[in-house]
Design a protein around this ligand. Sequence first.
Ligand SMILES: [Zn+2]
Length: 303
Amino acid sequence: MTNSTDTKLYTDDLTEAQITAIELQLRPQKTSASGFLNQSERLKDVIEADARTLNDLNITHKQVSDRLESLIGQALRNATLGRRTDGIPPYKTLKDGILIDKIFKVSGGSWMGYQNCPLPNNQGNCPEQGSYDFKILNETSVEEIQFPQLMSHLIRDHQFFEGHTQYRLDPTDAVRILGLKTGIDYTPLKESEECWFEGSYTNSLDNKIGRDIIYAERYVYLGLGVKFYFQGNKGVTVSREPVRFTEPLSVHGVKLDLCQGKIPAGKLMFKKEKREYISGDKSQFNGSRAAETTKQNSFEGKE
Ligand SMILES: [Zn+2]
């Protein structure tokens, strides 16, 4: 059967023998317990049928994938920012659900271990993986979709919504519940932020954690009896008491990613790195951009 849509499909370039070999891995009890295909369906049939469905709805694979990625990305960003102000761990905020774009309640949970993409690409094994399951509830229509973290990738790069298994995302449901419109660009907007992120911790000032950084004697005084020693992209706070700063802190213009401004007694390690996050997508004018804190205390180092 030939592909009746304009979209180039994952299976178009594969031989019958290659498809058969891939299908063996997609059956239940192979790479995943529930499988990516049921016992009898064919990969090419599933991919082509879903492509025709999207074609009839005038929606592209990219639109579905972009919107999933954007909503999940915004939820993760909100959960990360929430920890800074309300102290709630991101996994817990995500478990309870976060409202994005006023109507989409995004929730998710991770399970032990990672699921690898089971579909090889032309370089061999596909490197994509995921460890979360997500749910997006449209609070207006009170309908929801559920899917594994890998879904956005499966749709974007393999045009695959999974077969008729537990984890399939029905494309008609996805388009309706996500409210996708023909011709709208949902490309996620990516930004990055450099921060000092928290690492290991010890309540003992005698513990060897961070000792080399402290010996180097390069530090800033953050106030409230707390010194921040740093060397390259590593830092460590030293405090005799647990303290709480009411204003955000930064060192050399780089923000400290603290939970409610708290620094514990003892030594807390930090690593300076730039992390990418999704702030919205091109379909949103003002978006549901996570509010960023602008006011902060900044310290320059003592050399
Ligand atoms: Zn893949």
